[in-house]
Design a protein around this ligand. Structure first.
Ligand code: NDP
Length: 246
């Protein structure tokens, strides 16, 4: 279903990004697994994809760096001719209450989560316009819809992604390019490993399905949006949250 497509997944070496990379590859895409710090994990993900009969390469780049993102996109287009699917998945948290939050904690989270999306989209959009097609999927969060105490920086970045997604969808739609966001709820990864039992219980009580989600469940929604089956869907925010934000 994604045969012949080139997909770039930022932060694809571990967590939700790894599962997105595996799922897109399973469906036939050639996947570029971007990483920043986790080179080994990105290589393992590439190996897992190849082992399953798919094709992939890893590529190191800090998505928060405008110039480096430009280089990455340029090099990938030179090497593979086109990029058809961009999944902006890379993200970090630096939680604290607003009145204690450092400027660095705010800036760095916004730089990776929000500006990272801008950086890749900014550098890829000209190519997508030339191609007269492409799919951009940005990973937001239920926190960007609801807000969350202790995560003002993270929620601001994830809400910002929704505005960026809708604006880009409006700018690029006439050329057949779709831009959507996926807003996961509570998903079991390294990012949520640190949650106390109490915090987890409180969160799970708010989830209609009474359980946390899996990275695969997020990846399946991303793969759908990346496919032609979702050809008439753009500017949307699809919550994969067990009904948490209803
Ligand atoms: P993880 O902490 O498990 O993984 C984060 C990923 O982001 C890693 O692959 C990491 O790569 C990458 N990354 C971080 N900074 C950069 C950077 N500067 N440049 C490139 N890559 C970077 O998190 P999750 O898998 O849980 O989260 C994935 C996405 O889903 C994030 O955007 C997160 O906000 C979102 N999300 C997660 C939820 C959850 O419950 N887990 C809920 C809602 C949204 P590396 O190690 O190489 O730096």
């Amino acid at each position: 279903m994604l045969n012949g497509k080139v997909a770039l997944v930022t932060g694809g070496g571990r967590g939700i990004g790894r599962e997105i990379a595996l799922t897109l590859a399973e469906k036939g895409a050639f996947v570029v697994v971007n990483y920043r710090g986790s080179e080994e994990k990105a290589k393992e993900t590439v190996e897992a994809i190849r082992h399953a009969g798919g094709t992939a390469v890893s590529y190191g780049c800090n998505v928060a760096d405008f110039t480096d993102c430009g280089e990455m996109i340029k090099n990938l287009i030179e090497e593979y001719g086109h990029i058809d699917i961009l999944v902006n998945n890379a993200g970090i948290t630096k939680d604290s209450l607003l009145m204690q939050m450092s400027e660095e904690a705010f800036d760095s989270v916004v730089d990776v989560n929000l500006k990272g999306c801008f950086n890749t989209m900014r550098h890829l959009s000209r190519q997508l316009l030339k191609q007269k097609g492409g799919k951009i999927i940005n990973i937001s969060s239920v926190s960007g819809i609801l807000g969350n105490p202790g995560q003002a920086n993270y929620c601001a970045s994830k809400a910002g992604i929704i505005g960026l997604t809708k604006s880009a969808a409006r700018e690029l739609g006439s050329r057949g390019i779709t831009v959507n966001a996926v807003a996961p709820g509570l998903i079991e990864t390294e990012m949520t490993k640190g949650l106390s039992e109490n915090a987890r219980k409180t969160l799970e009580e708010k989830i209609l399905l009474k359980r946390s989600g899996t990275a695969r469940e997020v990846a399946e929604a991303v793969a759908f949006l990346a496919s032609d089956a979702a050809g008439y869907i753009t500017g949307q925010v699809i919550a994969v949250d067990g009904g948490m934000a209803v």
